[in-house]
Design a protein around this ligand. Structure first.
Ligand code: CP
Length: 327
């Protein structure tokens, strides 16, 4: 994969949003602050601002999605953009058209932004590298590589509930190896300066290079959860596993499932997060997922405002954001 930071234009402004890696702390804070403003838009009677009026945004989802695709569509509509949702299963992709040809045809229709989800790591980077000069690309999840907008809505949720990042200990529990969400969260948490990041899971589901990301690795959930402020649990990503990584889901739950009893090990006010979709009884029990400390649905709710902020920033509409434009 091309390691150049192609996310910024010649003036250092955000053009594509492909990965958190390499982005400056201030940019992440600007996005979180802008999302705060957009939250008020989502609470108005008329939930719309004209920032992206006249722009056309294409949702290109080659992999299934509930939360991400829907909140991207909502975010684009709330910014007054026109939205095209491409049904990949009914598109010319099924007749052998390449990704590049699909992109070129959509660009010929004067589309301005592609929101891309793909099972192959690097797919969004590929589209960004070949994009016409006026086009921005947002990565909505590529293979096991990155899911940067999910990480940003997670950071928004953490800041909303916990305040400053630098005092926080955050644990990410589960299938770190196959998780694009975990990778993006680790980069975001580290850039925003949290006190400690722990990853917890069986040896088979923790990448061997985890220590190079500045995280503490735990294989025992009990030591890993001790004195933790934020617990992020992840599902087992069976669709990306080739081979046997676990004896059984039952055994996984016995060792790593988040239960009310195990929450006692964390701080009393620790919050529970999950990017979804959740698998009840595998990585989390229902009493925890639906319990008072769970902020799982708050994450989903924040997704729209955070994606509005990222889309507006990539289209370079945030610097001129005025109170009049927001209300
Ligand atoms: N968190 C997340 O990416 O969910 P979806 O797969 O439903 O978009």
């Amino acid at each position: 994969m091309d390691k150049r930071n192609i996310q910024l234009d010649d003036n250092g402004q955000l053009r594509h949003f492909l990965t958190i890696e390499g982005l400056k702390r201030q940019l992440l804070v600007d996005i979180l602050d802008a999302a705060e403003s957009f939250t008020s838009v989502t609470e108005q009677t008329v939930k719309k601002v004209p920032l992206l009026r006249g722009k056309t945004i294409v949702n290109l989802f080659f992999e299934s999605s509930t939360r991400t695709r829907t909140t991207f569509e909502l975010a684009a509509k709330r910014l007054s953009a026109d939205v095209l949702n491409i049904n990949i299963n009914a598109s010319a992709t099924t007749k052998g058209e390449t990704l590049l040809d699909t992109q070129r045809n959509l660009e010929a229709m004067q589309c301005d932004m592609f929101v891309v989800r793909h099972a192959v790591s690097g797919a969004a980077h590929f589209i960004a590298r070949h994009a016409a000069p006026h086009v921005s690309v947002i990565n909505a999840g590529d293979g096991s590589h990155a899911h940067p907008t999910q990480a940003m809505l997670d950071m928004f949720t953490i800041r909303h509930h916990k305040g400053e990042f630098h005092k926080l200990r955050v644990a990410i529990v589960g299938d770190i190896l196959h998780s694009r969400v975990a990778r993006s969260q680790i980069h975001a948490l580290s850039t925003l300066g949290v006190e400690e990041i722990r990853v917890i899971g069986p040896k088979t589901l923790i990448p061997v290079e985890a220590h190079t990301l500045g995280v503490h690795v735990h294989h025992d959930l009990r030591t890993g959860l001790r004195d933790i402020d934020v617990i992020i649990t992840l599902r087992l990503q069976h669709e990306r596993m080739s081979g046997a990584f676990l004896p059984s889901e039952h055994e996984y739950f016995q060792l790593y499932g988040l239960t009310e009893a195990r929450l006692e090990l964390a701080k009393p006010d620790a919050i529970i997060m999950h990017p979804g979709p959740i698998n009840r009884g595998v990585e989390i029990e229902s009493a925890v997922a639906d319990g008072p400390r769970s902020v799982i649905l708050n994450q989903v709710a924040h997704g729209t405002a955070v994606r509005m902020a990222i889309m507006a920033k990539a289209m370079q509409r945030l610097p001129n954001l005025s109170a009049r434009e927001l209300h």
